[in-house]
Design a protein around this ligand. Structure first.
Ligand code: NAD
Length: 355
């Protein structure tokens, strides 16, 4: 393993912990970027990296992202992330998950884990047998916080889209506002359903043709081909599939006034926020608008830790602060001539004591 502090993605991370358990084959990296606001919280990714250095980069980059996301969501949590370096057979055994749980427990609560790519709720239940510093577990009762974060993420994005329409188009009436949704999975499908109830005009795209056709029929929406959605003339483009979709070429082809969706890391490079701004397209910083899921996960964890179980109402009350935070970012952006992604980064850095 390379010296992590020489990596370009190293940003004064407080802790980078390498875990090796020969017996189970576990090889993992747990990174805590900042614990200024609370324990470093963020999911565990299970992925086969042909070069382990890429796993280190993911842990560094994603844990910093979680510091920003948790701070901007108003959560008493810092930023962390774990990466389990899967072998080329991608074998995930009970012994490996147990060893990972022991490693998290050994950090004494400095890092709190949950699901991410390649890790299921059942995996987190297995990890929870070895450590209490875990979230994303099955819901414990009616109205209890927790469970699938997807619907909470969708709710925050729906509210964020409405705030963007108010800010850019000057209306709180979504009837007839044309939203193009890229990706109609857990998050994008939920966003589309909420917008349909308000009478928005929807164009949907997904690489799963059957699923998107069925949803479009249910909601009275149109369907666009996956390679046509980014150039669909619309009022709002809502990316809810992949990251890095906004680059020089795609931004030049956009025919929208607003980009507001849940996909993580939508800007291919940091400078693309400025390119959008210069084109007059209002951008909702992804980690601010898509925080509904982590709000649910954190409320579940903090409730269990403090013996005061959180409720869905608690989660929704925090999610309902997302539109106000976005509006504050856009107003600062308008006043100072700085793109919203940079405004959001500066606000987050202030909140974690690195302004
Ligand atoms: P998902 O797998 O349920 O849905 C993603 C959908 O995108 C799938 O239906 C897939 O077929 C589609 N897709 C993939 N490539 C596409 C393409 N080129 N064009 C059109 N559609 C394409 O995942 P999800 O949980 O809905 O997450 C969506 C995005 O939101 C991801 O970027 C994820 O990191 C981010 N996110 C999710 C959550 C959450 O709570 N689930 C929270 C924050 C951020």
């Amino acid at each position: 393993m390379t010296a992590f502090w020489t990596e370009p993605d190293f940003d004064d991370h407080e802790m980078v912990h390498v875990v090796r358990d020969r017996a189970s084959g576990l090889m993992a990296i747990i990174a805590v970027h900042s614990s200024h606001l609370g324990p470093g919280a963020g999911g565990t990714r299970f992925w086969h990296y042909p070069n382990p250095k890429d796993g280190l980069r993911d842990a560094l980059r994603l844990s910093r992202g979680m510091s920003y996301k948790n701070a901007m969501a108003g959560l008493p949590m810092g930023g962390g992330k774990a990466v389990i370096l899967a072998d080329d057979t991608r074998t995930k055994t009970p012994e490996l998950l147990a060893a990972f749980g022991d490693a998290v427990e050994g950090l004494g609560g400095r890092y709190v884990t949950a699901e991410d790519v390649g890790i299921s709720e059942a995996d987190m239940v297995a990890v929870s047998k070895r450590t209490a510093h875990v979230s994303g577990l099955p819901v414990s009762g009616e109205n209890a916080a927790g469970g699938d974060p997807g619907p909470f993420t969708s709710y925050g994005i729906y509210l964020g889209i409405k705030a963007a329409v108010q800010h850019k188009l000057g209306t709180d009436n979504m009837a007839g506002v044309h939203v193009a949704v890229q990706g109609t999975g857990s998050v994008g499908g939920g966003v589309a359903r909420l917008l349909a109830k308000d009478g928005a005009r929807l164009t949907l795209a997904d690489i799963h043709a059957d699923g998107v056709k069925a949803l479009a029929e249910e909601l009275g929406a149109e369907v666009a081909a996956p390679d046509a959605i980014l150039t669909t003339p619309c009022d709002v483009l809502s990316p809810n599939a992949l990251g890095a979709i906004l680059d020089d070429d795609s931004i030049a082809g956009l025919q929208t006034q607003i980009v507001a969706g849940g996909a993580n890391n939508q800007l291919a490079r940091a400078g693309h926020g400025k390119v959008l701004f210069e084109r007059g397209i209002l951008y909702a910083p992804d980690y601010v608008i898509n925080a509904g899921g982590i709000i649910s996960v954190a409320t579940e964890y903090l409730g269990r830790r403090d013996g005061k179980p959180g409720t869905v109402d608690d989660v929704n009350a925090l999610i309902e602060q997302i539109p106000g935070r976005l509006t504050q970012i856009w107003q600062t952006s308008d006043a100072g001539g700085t793109s919203p992604d940079i405004v959001a980064d500066r606000m987050a850095q202030e909140l974690i004591g690195r302004g």
